[in-house]
Structures are given as C-alpha cells and as structure tokens.
Design a protein around this ligand. Structure first.
Ligand SMILES: [Zn+2]
Length: 93
C-alpha cells in the first residue's frame, strides 16, 4: 500500500508575507493585512532589490493585493487551494 500525503493551503491560511535577503538572510516579515508593497532593499546593502514601479515591484504589489482580495471573499461557490511540497519529499539542503 502506498500512502500519499497531500498538503494544501488556502489563502485564508496565509497570515504573513516574508522577504529573505539572499545575501545576509535577514528576514522582513509583514502581516498580510498590512503588506502593500515589497521592501525596497535590505538593510545590509544600499543596492535596491528592484526598481520602484518596475515589473518586479508592480508584480509583487499586485500579488499581495490579489491575495488579500481572495482571502477576504467567502461568497464564492468554490474553495481555492494551493498544493505545497511535503517536507520529506523536498528535503532541506
Ligand atoms: Zn541583506
């Protein structure tokens, strides 16, 4: 017998948005409700992560906005879930 464990999350499960710096690995954590736009840079560097108003910036801002919108809507006749890799399958390098 094979048992497959499926892990999913709904947007209502999402409480925070986290940004980790690739360089120093410090984490900026925002409650989703308060998040609007991504942090422009890490404190470890003067180099911005992206151009304010550029494609990445606007994309993340739109994604946060959409997540908040669909997190709040409870009247849809469906439930939307996202599958996530199980920890054992993904491993940790
Ligand atoms: Zn950093």
């Amino acid at each position: 017998m094979t048992v497959e464990t499926k892990t999913t999350i709904e947007l209502s499960d999402v409480t925070t948005v986290e940004f980790e710096c690739n360089k120093c690995h410090s984490i900026t954590l925002w409650p989703l409700e308060a998040a609007k736009v991504p942090p422009p840079k890490c404190y470890c560097s003067d180099q911005p992560w992206f151009t304010i108003g550029g494609e990445t910036y606007e994309g993340i801002a739109s994604l946060i906005s959409l997540m908040k919108r669909f997190k709040e809507i409870k009247k849809e006749p469906f439930i939307m879930r996202f599958g996530i890799k199980s920890v054992s399958a993904a491993g940790h390098a």
